[in-house]
Design a protein around this ligand. Structure first.
Ligand code: GLU
Length: 461
């Protein structure tokens, strides 16, 4: 019997598809209830079918079943005493997911929604994101169900010290390097660094990133995730002869990612009309006033609803999803996972959105992504579009190792270069594996290949 090349190919695709299905089903049954983790795995494995078809050696070596299993998962008790003298107990997590290309690297999230499944989805995403940056960093993530909202400074300090007293046993500049994420910013990193240093008795600057500039932090780390997202979206826009100049932009969130995405978009000539927090959103048709936003959120730690007290012409609306009903050219979801569902995606498309850049981790549901791709919207997936933060974290580690620091301009130039390289590599991988223009597939494949090759080289470990 003569088997045509096409039939051979489809046989290989079939084998790859059934391998992927088997691994995905086992992830679901072995990690019950962890829906966000299942979602993150599903997005990756669907993209990888053409990779396994083309390179069956990854299948034979069980790379996929290894990569979906964390190398180590740590869960611990975090007891602390509140300002009233009452004992409180939170839960701490660190998932050390994959160290094939470098020490575990990824942020810590303090938010009441944190649980094992959330940390695993974030850690899993981090493997591919970190690989995409081209830097030697593995994937990790951690955090706690502690809610910093409404806590005093002293309470935050006592909690973070207790958290680090346990976490310090598992981290180090060459082992695992945490940083910030939702609920963990400069203040929390400072307290954690202080506690780590006290316990270890040495100044190991490279154990955490996102540090203050005066004790080993990198210039431009604060801005990096938001700026990086805008640089990435700018690359997508340029490919279609578009730009931020004169565009109407909606940015969800009002944390670190959102604020600096807004800042860079404004500097590129965009008109940013909305932002939000977990209670509601602000629509300011004159353009969001960045100075007010920064003061409210970075200094006063207030709710976004207070914005309209200073800018009475702006509107405040309770609830978050309404932000996606505001007509815009560019949408930058920079708040949290699954904030854009299918219905919101459809409204964005109906209103003529041209580009979506994910500043948060997994902000679009799988159904929402399908809506954007089917409508031909330029879609920058989180792993690629928000990789600027961790990329500059890796530059912070490099500066700590050199005991030297680069200027803001030097770091920013490296960040721009990294973001455009991620864009080009994702475009190239998408094309090479039969999905031209699909950056979800492109980023997943480009991120996967580096880690898979390192795992192949290192044997079954
Ligand atoms: N939490 C950020 C992220 O999701 C940054 C992690 C880091 O700098 O290590 O990528």
């Amino acid at each position: 019997m003569i088997i045509t090349e096409q039939a051979m190919e489809s046989q290989e695709m079939k084998a790859a598809r059934s391998y992927v299905k088997e691994v995905y089903e086992s992830v679901i049954s072995r990690n019950p209830g962890e829906t966000e983790f299942h979602q993150a795995v599903k997005e990756i494995v669907d993209s990888l079918v053409p990779v396994f078809a083309k390179h069956p050696q990854y299948m034979h070596r069980g790379i996929l079943e290894s990569i979906v299993e964390p190398e180590r998962m740590i869960t611990f008790r975090v007891p602390w005493v509140d300002d009233e003298g009452k004992v409180r107990v939170n839960r701490g997590f660190r998932v050390q997911f994959n160290s094939a290309i470098g020490p575990y690297k990824g942020g810590l999230r303090f938010h009441p929604s944190v649980n094992g499944g959330i940390i695993k989805f974030l850690g899993f995403e981090q493997i591919f994101k970190n690989s995409l940056t081209g830097q030697p960093i593995g994937g990790g993530k951690g955090g706690s169900d502690f809610d910093p909202k409404g806590k005093s400074d002293a309470e935050v300090m006592r909690f973070t010290q207790s958290f680090m007293t346990e976490l310090c046993k598992y981290i180090g500049p060459d082992e695992d390097v945490p940083a910030g994420d939702i609920g963990v910013g400069a203040r929390e990193i400072g307290y954690m660094f202080g506690q780590y240093k006290r316990i270890r008795g040495g100044h190991e600057a490279g154990v955490l990133t996102g540090k203050g500039i005066v004790y080993g932090g990198s210039l431009a780390r604060t801005e990096a995730t938001g700026y990086g997202t805008v640089y990435f979206v700018d690359e997508m826009l340029k490919s279609k002869g578009l730009s931020f100049e004169g565009s109407t932009v909606v940015v969800s969130g009002s944390g670190n990612v959102s604020i600096y995405a807004i800042e860079k978009a404004i500097r590129m000539g965009a008109h940013v009309v909305a932002c939000s927090d977990s209670n509601g959103y602000v629509y300011d048709k004159n353009g969001i006033n960045l100075a007010t936003l920064k003061r409210l959120k970075e200094i006063e730690r207030k709710r976004i609803s207070e914005y309209v007290l200073e800018h009475p012409h702006a509107e405040y609306h309770e609830g978050c999803s309404g932000i996606w009903t505001i007509p815009c050219d560019i949408a930058l979801p920079c708040a949290t996972q699954n904030e854009i569902d299918e219905a919101s995606a459809k409204i964005l498309v109906e209103n003529g959105v041209k580009a979506v850049g994910e500043g948060a981790n997994m902000p679009s549901t799988l159904e929402a992504i399908d809506v954007f791709l089917a409508a031909g919207v330029l879609f920058g997936p989180a792993k690629a579009a928000n990789a600027g933060g961790v990329a500059v974290s890796a530059l912070e580690m490099a500066q700590n190792s050199m005991r030297y620091s680069w200027t803001f301009e030097e770091v920013d130039a490296k960040l721009q270069n990294i973001m455009s390289t991620i864009y080009r590599n994702s475009v190239k991988a998408a094309e090479e594996y039969g999905h031209p223009g699909n950056l979800v597939v492109g980023a997943n494949i480009a991120g996967f290949l580096r880690v898979a090759d390192a795992m192949m080289a290192q044997g079954i470990v």
